[in-house]
Design a protein around this ligand. Structure first.
Ligand SMILES: [Zn+2]
Length: 166
């Protein structure tokens, strides 16, 4: 795994689903749903217990539940992370089962969310998603272990790595 490889993998998706100007996450997500002929519904939710975002595919549509008691930048990040899973064709969460977990998938979804937000001019990207936490831990264990709060520094480093080539 390398950041360069990650960026190469998601580059076609980022190019295909470039963020609109002016940026608006709801219209962005709606446009993606239209282009795929499969609506994406956003569900602001009280997620409790540290779960910040969830993608639930059904036969006709995709549902993204996201934590509503957080900053706009954070909820946008949560939503785009889940959109990344959708566009990468990762397996979604079954209605009555645990979310599948795959570190590579998490990194792809994170990289997608990060690239879109940076291109949209959103620079204050912070995530509190435990799945993201695991990814950042894998990428940068020293940084994460240095603090038991959300890994803001590790995230900034990931952003920097992702953005360095732009
Ligand atoms: Zn995820």
């Amino acid at each position: 795994m390398s950041i360069a490889q990650l960026r190469r993998e998601i580059a076609p998706l980022v190019a295909l689903y470039a963020p609109p100007k002016p940026w608006d996450v709801a219209s962005y997500v709606e446009a993606i749903g239209r282009s795929r002929d499969r609506p994406i519904y956003l569900l602001p939710t009280d997620t409790k217990g540290g779960v910040c975002g969830l993608w639930m595919p059904t036969a006709q549509a995709d549902y993204i539940a996201y934590e509503r008691h957080t900053s706009p930048a954070h909820s946008e990040h949560i939503i785009l992370h889940e959109v990344g899973h959708i566009l990468c064709d990762h397996p979604g969460r079954p209605a009555d089962g645990p979310a599948p977990h795959n570190d590579w998938h998490e990194q792809q979804a994170e990289a997608f969310a990060t690239e879109i937000l940076l291109r949209a001019g959103r620079s204050t990207v912070v995530s509190f998603d435990p799945a993201v936490d695991r990814v950042l831990t894998a990428l940068d264990p020293g940084d994460h272990l240095a603090a038991d709060h959300p890994p803001v520094r590790a995230r900034r480093r990931l952003l920097h790595l992702l953005w360095a080539g732009h």
